[in-house]
Write a protein that binds this ligand. Structure first.
Ligand code: SF4
Length: 493
């Protein structure tokens, strides 16, 4: 596959950012010369690239308010009808070591007793929440995130699964998506087989970058050998889908060396790849202060890393499904995008549009019938609420009809990369062009710059526009102007 990728390197018709006379060439790891982005495109993207939300929800989580109380969440849970399917997210926050780039809600500790205490409270929350839902709705989607979920021992994970089985109707359908985030440094093949025996069928591995210098700079030393062993173990244990996380914009990264990481990743042959933009916000995330600013790539180097990676992965046979996700053409995510059924949630893109999301654990977010809520972020506050048999809800938001409408607009643009005025107007009972007249006027500048196309039928995002989906989405965000401070958001590129 890699040889084929090299042969077609510049010839992929799916991606228009091809070299021109004006591009600069660099020697990459394999000794080949590759062209960086044409200056015109670099300029264009840099002109737009500012701070902005990732829109894993709309309205975004920074708009959640403390006025949303546990009582509101009781109502939200009671609103789930017997016909609705469920998605559960469990946050397991503990990690063995700290990665300097991390912006997750995590607790780095060697004290394993903390995990045992957490387990007790998580079980309490599972029981409390399930008692507030009327019905036996199937759980079609289950995700363990963190932190490092595999910080928990096999026995502890088994206890959680048993608790979920006791209180929810976990689907056994082959269509279910039951996934877990894996830090390859914390597991061995026997543990992977155990996870499969618990009914998990999808696995997501953190990699970021295989370059030893970059790994040193981010304090995450992880060999290709241990990662490959875990992927092989997952395949032999029957995991249906394997996805890996990469990151661009990390210290000491360069196009020259990132090619090696992409090459190894393509040899590992995952079904999905997430390529995240490192958001350096040391004023918000203390851990990131360990990163040396001078070692960070410049905005244009970051853009070239992104563009280079997109071209590499497309040529290796992956489809670019949107924002930061790639999937093999036979993966369900690609099929969902093609059929217009892909959805975006707090974990990124998903195929399960119709599920009501229940977040369990410290800082977890729920999304139920137009109500968002987030659990307490500290263990103390989370435990105190549960000690009083209260839902550990810290804040949230009930969507207004206009919020719900705009949320549908963003889903259409960010998942389907297009929006048809007539179809949208009919399914949402509005006149789209009248309702969003002002936003359509603002989009003309994006159209003039080739980032999207506006026609009598609707809006369609161009390939270049995919690099700036967050900026395009921001045009519809009525919460954005003036509040909150933009520094709460990461750079869009
Ligand atoms: S990146 Fe993952 S493993 Fe590293 S500190 Fe953050 S949550 Fe823990």
């Amino acid at each position: 596959m890699i040889r084929a990728a090299r042969a077609q390197y510049y010839g992929n018709p799916l991606y228009p950012l091809q070299p021109t006379d004006k591009t600069i060439e660099v020697l990459v790891h394999s000794g080949r010369k590759v062209s960086l982005l044409p200056e015109t495109i670099t300029d264009l993207v840099q002109r737009y690239a500012g701070s902005g939300p990732r829109y894993t929800s709309y309205p975004t989580a920074n708009n959640f308010s403390g006025a949303y109380k546990p009582g509101h969440q009781v109502d939200a849970l009671a609103s789930i009808t017997p016909q609705q399917d469920l998605s559960l997210y469990l946050h397991l926050p503990f990690c063995n070591t700290i990665c300097y780039y991390c912006a997750c809600n995590k607790i780095v500790t060697a004290n394993k007793k903390k995990a045992e205490t957490y387990l007790t409270y998580l079980q309490k929350e599972i029981a409390l929440v399930s008692n507030l839902i009327d019905g036996n709705q199937p759980v079609e989607q289950l995700h363990f995130g963190g932190g490092t979920p595999t910080y928990m021992s096999d026995r502890q994970l088994e206890t959680i699964m048993q608790s979920l089985t006791d209180h929810f109707n976990l689907s056994t359908s082959p269509e279910r998506d039951f996934s877990i985030e894996i830090d390859p440094r914390t597991v061995d093949p026997a543990r992977i087989a155990h996870l499969a025996s618990l009914g998990l069928n999808r696995l997501s591995l953190g990699i970021q970058d295989f370059d030893p210098q970059v790994q040193l700079a981010i304090n995450r030393l992880q060999s290709t050998g241990e990662t490959t062993d875990i992927v092989n173990a997952a395949r032999s244990s029957g995991f249906e889908s394997i996805s890996v996380d990469l990151m661009y914009g990390l210290p000491l990264q360069s196009v020259r060396h990132f090619e090696k990481t992409l090459e190894v990743v393509c040899q590992i042959d995952p079904d999905r790849i997430s390529l995240f933009n490192y958001a350096h916000m040391p004023h918000l995330f203390k851990t990131q202060r360990q990163i040396v600013d001078a070692q960070l790539p410049s905005p244009s180097e970051k853009l070239n890393l992104l563009s280079f990676s997109i071209r590499y992965l497309l040529d290796a046979g992956y489809s670019y499904v949107g924002l930061d996700h790639f999937a093999k053409p036979d993966d369900k995510l690609f099929a969902a995008q093609q059929s217009g059924t892909m959805h975006r949630n707090f974990q990124g893109y998903t195929t399960h549009r119709q599920c009501e999301l229940i977040g369990l654990g410290v800082s977890a977010i729920s999304d139920i019938n137009g109500s968002y809520s987030q659990n307490e972020k500290t263990l103390d506050a989370y435990y105190t609420a549960l000690d009083h048999s209260n839902l550990p809800v810290a804040k949230g938001l009930v969507c207004s009809p206009d919020d719900s409408l705009t949320r549908n607009v963003l889903t259409s643009l960010m998942c389907n990369l297009k929006l048809n005025y007539t179809e949208f107007s009919e399914s949402n009972d509005i006149n789209f062009t009248e309702h969003y007249e002002e936003e359509l006027t603002q989009l003309k500048a994006f159209a003039e710059n080739g980032l999207l196309k506006l026609s009598d039928e609707g809006i369609s995002i161009t390939e270049t526009g995919r690099l700036l989906l967050r900026n395009i989405a921001a045009v519809f965000d009525v919460y954005l102007p003036g509040k909150p401070a933009k520094s709460q958001f990461s750079q869009t590129i």
